[in-house]
Structures are given as structure tokens and as C-alpha cells.
Design a protein. Structure first.
Length: 116
């Protein structure tokens, strides 16, 4: 994937801490969550920052058993760049895509709440 042998789990936060300590990332042979087989797929990813959202397609290794997604290190860095641009409202590299909505506070099912 993208020339990098390092992959990061979409759920892994400890990976960032390891990277900050200067330890080298170890590529996954199997899913780190369930041990299932991984295959490369193009997936849809939503990134949020500062109340804004970007929808994009990205190559990921996806577990065939549990669906866990693993992204290359350079892709994860791009995710962070995108989130930062969204927080700063720097939209020059983005284009509008439909409209976004949240439910009203008066939605009948009280288990469902609006997004702030």
C-alpha cells in the first residue's frame, strides 16, 4: 500500500504513542483485533474537524472476518492534515458534496440525539 510496509489500525491510539517514542512500526500479517485475513479494498471514510466533514475514498486493508480497517502511515498522516484544515476552515482543497443534516431536538425516539 503506497510503498510503505507500515500499517495502522483505524482503532489504534497506542500506535501514535509508540511512534512518538521513536519505536518502529511493525506491519500486521493478520488482523490485530481478531486474527482474520486482510485484503486491500477501496473504502469510504468520513473525517471530521471543527464541525465540518469530508467524505473520501481510500485504499485500506480490511479484515475479512471483523471488518477492521488498517491504513498506511502516510494515509493516517493525510487524515490528520485534512482534519486540521477542516478545523481551520481552510477549504481550498475541498469541494462541496451535498448537504449535511442532524436530527431536531424534538425527534420522537429519545435515544436519538442531534449532533452539536
Amino acid at each position: 500500500m503506497g510503498g510503505s510496509n507500515h500499517r495502522l489500525s483505524s482503532r489504534s491510539r497506542s500506535v501514535d504513542r509508540l511512534e512518538g517514542e521513536g519505536k518502529e512500526m511493525i506491519p500486521f500479517e493478520k488482523c490485530p483485533v481478531c486474527g482474520g485475513e486482510l485484503s486491500v479494498k477501496k473504502v469510504e471514510k468520513l473525517l471530521r474537524g471543527g464541525g465540518n466533514t469530508v467524505s473520501l475514498k481510500v485504499d485500506a486493508e480490511v479484515c475479512q472476518h471483523c471488518g477492521e480497517r488498517l491504513y498506511s502511515e502516510d494515509v493516517v498522516k493525510s487524515f490528520e492534515e485534512i482534519r486540521l484544515k477542516l478545523r481551520k476552515q481552510e477549504f481550498t482543497q475541498f469541494r462541496p458534496l451535498g448537504q449535511s443534516f442532524t436530527v431536531d431536538e424534538k425527534w420522537p425516539n429519545k435515544a436519538i440525539h442531534p449532533t452539536p
